[in-house]
Design a protein around this ligand. Structure first.
Ligand code: NAD
Ligand code: AHE
Ligand code: ZN
Length: 375
């Protein structure tokens, strides 16, 4: 198949909110600096649902969504030296080129090399898509497009991993789990003994709890509007649970009262701007730090009284938990193989690519964390 167009199955989002359609898609060979991957397993992340909903200003249709996956390199384009046919890989929506201003800054995991192209659904070299249906181009998504049996990505967006790792599990290390762990370890740098609040107990929020527990947090307060989330959250380290619906006072006030002035660190893992405000305002005066992890819809804005910041609270955000993708995803895979981080526990459902619409429906059910699709 090297050098040839591959026709395979992919789930195409033709329009916002319209059921995805499994289509025969033509996938062009990788050009210079590109890698064609046979995707074996992909999970669904809340961000896929967000873009599908039409609320993502970068959402383009028709497109192939998906960004939390694992697979095997089918072929590589000219000049690609770090991965070869047969390598086991995780596509990374946040690239790492090691050469750009961002990568060299030592201050961020964001990479500037291909972001302009991945934000508009094309490949960097010729600003064209490698996906088409009978000649009609289909946009890429987040530089990954994993809801397809084959995808083409930039070489700076491919993490080569230990072939011993089970791909049906470690696909989760492409997004949600690293995001939560890294928000704690890299972005907030939670210290032992800290009091932590986690808003939203989906996969990302539970990974925050897991990371906070590993960092030695003394209390981990989980907040969710679905009380059924608490029982499971205990296994990830949540020590106390609050449902804002059970309280008359604003939830930030409830938390401040419970914690002698507020938490040391809070994390918003929902994408709701009013919760982002609560998460900031439940932080302790003088030092409390709040990290925005959730992705809010186009047009939404955050607000608070500047006095909150004047008096020492810090508002931050994180992308992929601050992890350098190509360098650190393989390290996370090793940590999983050594049983130092959970992955299996976040997988509540397994379906096939053909059942992807059912998988999206499952996301709205409280019981579902990650659904892994066999592609
Ligand atoms: P999810 O839907 O599985 O979890 C969200 C949780 O929030 C659910 O348990 C839900 O019951 C709860 N919730 C909803 N509204 C609430 C409210 N008003 N108050 C309290 N709880 C509420 O989602 P996920 O896959 O865990 O992703 C969480 C968020 O993180 C999404 O916005 C996603 O787009 C974003 N995300 C960001 C990054 C990043 O790099 N910054 C990476 C992955 C995901
Ligand atoms: N396109 C959206 C922004 C989406 C967003 O913030 N994405 C997160 C990752 S979510 C993964 O589930 C991210 O890492 N952003 C950094 C980046 O480079 O995109 C919008 O609202 O415009
Ligand atoms: Zn994601």
């Amino acid at each position: 198949t090297q050098g040839q167009v591959i026709t395979c199955k992919a789930a195409v989002a033709w329009e916002p909110n319209k059921p995805l359609v499994i289509e025969d898609v033509q996938v062009a060979p990788p050009q210079a600096g590109e890698v064609r991957i046979k995707i074996l397993f992909t999970a669904l992340c809340h961000t896929d649902a967000y873009t599908w909903s039409g609320k993502d200003p970068e959402g383009l249709f028709p497109c192939i969504l998906g960004h939390e996956a694992a697979g095997i390199v089918e072929s590589v384009g000219e000049g690609v030296t770090e991965v070869h046919t047969g390598d086991h890989v995780i596509p990374c929506y946040q690239a790492e080129c090691r050469e750009c201003k961002f990568c060299k800054s030592g201050k961020t995991n964001l990479c500037g090399k291909v972001r302009a192209a991945t934000g508009v659904g094309v490949m960097m070299s010729d600003r064209k898509s490698r996906f088409s249906i009978n000649g009609k181009p289909i946009y890429h998504f987040m530089g990954t497009s994993t809801f397809s049996q084959y995808t083409v990505v930039h070489d700076v967006s491919v993490a080569k991993i230990d072939p011993k790792a089970p791909l049906e599990k470690v696909c989760l290390l492409g997004c949600g789990v690293p995001t939560g762990l890294g928000a704690v370890w890299n972005t907030a740098k939670v210290e032992s003994g800290s009091i932590v609040a986690v808003f939203g107990l989906g996969t990302v929020g539970l990974a925050v709890a897991e990371g906070a527990k590993a960092a030695g947090a003394s209390r981990i307060i989980g907040i969710d509007i679905d009380s059924k989330k608490f029982e499971r959250a205990k296994n990830f380290g949540v020590t106390e649970f609050l449902n804002p619906k059970d309280h008359e006072k604003p939830i930030q006030q409830v938390i401040v009262d419970l914690t002698d002035g507020g938490v040391d660190y809070s994390f918003e893992c929902i994408g709701n701007v009013s919760v982002m405000r609560s998460a900031l305002e439940c932080c302790h005066k003088g030092w409390g730090t709040s990290v925005i992890v959730g992705v809010a819809a186009s047009g939404q804005e955050i607000c608070t009284r500047p006095f909150q910041l004047v008096t020492g609270r810090v508002w931050k955000g994180t992308a992929f938990g601050g992890f350098k993708s190509r360098s650190q995803v393989p390290w996370l895979v090793e940590k999983y193989l050594k049983k130092e981080i959970k992955v299996d526990e976040y997988i509540t459902h397994n379906l096939t690519l053909g059942e992807i619409n059912e998988a999206f429906d499952l996301m709205h059910e409280g019981g579902c964390l990650r659904c892994v699709l066999a592609v």
